[in-house]
Design a protein around this ligand. Structure first.
Ligand code: NCD
Length: 322
């Protein structure tokens, strides 16, 4: 078993929004996650930092990367993990979110990782549960752990976030990844561009302080990072686009378009990718420029850092009350 790195005290019991974090919190989490990147590349990946603790994953929306990486992260830190399968739980018998969480909370978990289709759902749970709540995506609002793992990926590649130009392209209106990334990147001194058709941008997007582009090629020109997002069809009401073929024609990332970005620019995507809709396979699969699988690797390390740091807060909190 390897030696455990020391978790920073980020001063929070929960992780609900990037906007609750300070630049110092973000840097501490990135530094801790770096140590876990190294650990995860070793044969023996197991620590006992969270031995005796329980992590419950409660996902009301589909997930591959987020759920698997939280589960692996918890296991590598030595915690016990439970993945609640919502489709076979009492939710299907009409139990509310609050009752489900109150029930799970009565089993004394230490950390509850929640993904829900309602924006703000996790913040509502804070008064129902006394464990730490982690937002693994709330509706169209935020996905803070994705933004943190994206930041880790960019810092690995470029050394620093400050001064980078990041073009976030696609369905910004429904995309929680866009919002969390925008808040984090702006806080850490990066320049953010939002690139989307007018129907896929919130009408008040300008208040976020990012540069807005409707022309895809102008939006990615000279960018260090081109971050592509999926069309969130499951959240769209009515027809916001003529067709996916038309969308690819104007907003799809091809190698020819990527050549407009800064030399050495990288491509990111939180996944799942929709080939031929927002991204050409030649771009997605090019190991020279695509960081898509690196993001997945960084996801486990960042989630280890988050679980560790929040438990550290809890350890101190419980200690103070004892
Ligand atoms: C994202 C999500 O769920 O918001 N996926 C993820 O967590 N990797 C992005 C998406 O679903 O498009």
């Amino acid at each position: 078993m390897s030696a455990a790195p020391k978790a920073p005290l980020i001063g929070h019991q929960h992780l609900l929004s990037i906007r609750d974090l300070s630049p110092g919190d973000v840097t501490s989490l990135l530094d801790l996650a770096d140590t876990y990147v190294d650990l995860n590349r070793q044969q023996d990946k197991k620590l006992s930092t969270l031995k005796g603790r329980t992590v419950i994953n409660l996902f009301f929306e589909p997930s591959t990367r987020t759920q698997a990486s939280f589960e692996l992260a918890a296991k590598r830190l030595g915690a016990d993990t439970v993945n609640m399968a919502v489709t076979t739980s009492s939710v299907t018998k009409g139990e509310t979110l609050l009752d489900t969480v109150a029930t799970l909370n009565a089993m004394n978990p230490d950390l509850l990782v929640v993904r829900h289709h309602a924006s703000g759902a996790q913040r509502m749970l804070v008064s129902t549960a006394n464990c730490s709540i982690i937002n693994a995506g709330d509706g169209t609002n935020e996905h803070p752990t994705q933004a943190l793992l994206d930041a880790l990926t960019m810092r690995h590649k470029f050394g620093d976030l400050s001064g980078l130009t990041v073009a976030i392209c696609g369905d910004i209106l429904h995309g929680r990844v866009a919002k969390s990334n925008l808040y984090l990147l702006a806080m850490m001194g990066a320049r953010v561009r939002l690139v989307a058709p007018p129907t896929l941008l919130p009408p008040d997007a300008t208040r976020w302080g990012a540069e807005i582009f409707h022309d895809f090629e102008a939006g990615i020109k000279g960018a260090d990072v081109v971050m592509m997002l999926r069309l969130q069809n499951e959240r769209m009401e009515g027809t916001l686009l003529p067709s996916t073929r038309e969308y690819f024609r104007y907003y799809g990332l091809t190698p020819e378009r990527l050549a407009l970005a800064k030399p050495g620019a990288v491509v990111m995507h939180p996944g799942p990718i929709n080939r031929g809709v927002e991204i050409d396979s030649r771009v997605a699969d090019d190991p020279k420029t695509s960081l898509i699988l690196t993001q997945v690797e960084m996801g486990v390390a960042m989630r280890m850092a988050i679980l560790d740091a929040l438990s550290q807060h809890r350890r101190n909190d419980v200690g103070a009350r004892a």
